[in-house]
Design a protein around this ligand. Sequence first.
Ligand code: G6P
Length: 365
Amino acid sequence: SQVEKGGHRHFMAKEIAEQPTVLGDALAHYLRGDGIELPAPGLDFADFDRVVMVACGTANYACVVAKYWFEQIAGLTVEVDIASEFRYREPPIPPRTLALFVSQSGETADTLAALRYCEGKASRIASVINVTESSIARESDLVLPIRAGAEIGVASTKAFTCQLTVLFLLALKAAADRSRLEEGELEEHLEAMRRLPGLMNFALAQSTEVAAVAKAVSEARDVLFLGRGSMFPLALEGALKLKEISYIHAEGYASGELKHGPIALVDKTVPVIVMAPTDGLFDKTVSNMQEVMARGGKVLLITDPEGARAAGEGCWKTLIMPEVPGALAPILYALPAQLLAYHAAVAKGTDVDQPRNLAKSVTVE
Ligand code: G6P
C-alpha cells in the first residue's frame, strides 16, 4: 500500500530515499567513541594473511569494491568469487584465511553452500548480513549486521550501500589491526564516513535531473557503464540495476578494457555512462571517454564539480555529485546509478519492484 511505501510510488523509490538514514544507523551501530567496535567475538586481522569473499549478484559487487579497500588501505590480499563458481571449483583455502560471506537475505543457496565448503578449512567464517535470523547468519562464527531494514524491492539498493559501509569499516579495522594506518588516518576516514549521509542527500536531490536523462536512456537498446579502480565494480552494479528493472541490455566494463572489445559496440545510439570522481585515475578515464566520443558515442559523465569543469565539454550529459573523499566514492555514486535504473524503468512502465523472472532471494540452485 501507499503507507507501506512511505508515500513513494514504489518500494524501490522508498528504499533509495532511505539510504542516508539507514547508513547513519549502520555507522552508529559500529562506531564507539573514536573507534570501530565489532560484535562479539570480534576479529583480529593480525590473525589473517588473506580474505576470501563470496556472494551473488549485487552483494558480489559489494565484495569487489571491498577488495580495493582491503588491498589499498589494509594491504591485505583479497580474493572475490561468485558463490555458484566458488562452491564447485574446489578452491584451496590456505591457513590464516578469513572467509567472508555477504548476503542481504542470508538465504541464497549458493552462498550458503560456499560457506559450508569453508567450514573446517578457513580459520574464521564471518558474514555481512541484513536478515540476521537467517541460515547464513546462523552458520557463521561472526555476524556483522548491515542494519538496512527490510528491503522489499527485488533490485537491491539500500542493502548494497549498507554492505559497503560495513565492509569499509571492516577494511579500516583490518588496517588498524595490521598497523597500516598513520597517525590520525582512522579519524579522518571515520569523519569522512560520518559526512556521507549528508552527501547522499545532495545526490538524492538530483532525482529530477536523473529522471530527465533516464527518459532518454530508456529508449536505448544497449548501454555501457565504465569505471576505473573501485568505480569499476560500480559500473558492473549500475549495469546490473538497469538490466534487472528496465530490461535494457547493459554491460559494465573497466574503462581500460574498452579498447579490448566493447568499443566495437559504440555508435550514436549507445549511451556510455562514465562514473568518474576526480581521483588519481580520473585522467585515464577521461581519455577512454574521449575515445568513445571520437566514435560518436553519447557520454553521460557522472562526476564532481571539478571533473565537470575539466572534462564535461563534449559530453552528451553531465550529472554532478558532491565532492567526496576518494575511497567513499563507490558508496555515493551508487545513488545516481540506482536512480537512473529506477527512472528508466518507470519511463518504460515495467514492474519496478517485481521485475519479470527475478526473485528477491534465490533459495534453490
Ligand atoms: C537475487 C536478488 C539480488 C541479490 C542476489 C543475492 O538475485 O534479486 O538483488 O543481489 O539475489 O542475494 P543475497 O540475499 O544473497 O544478497
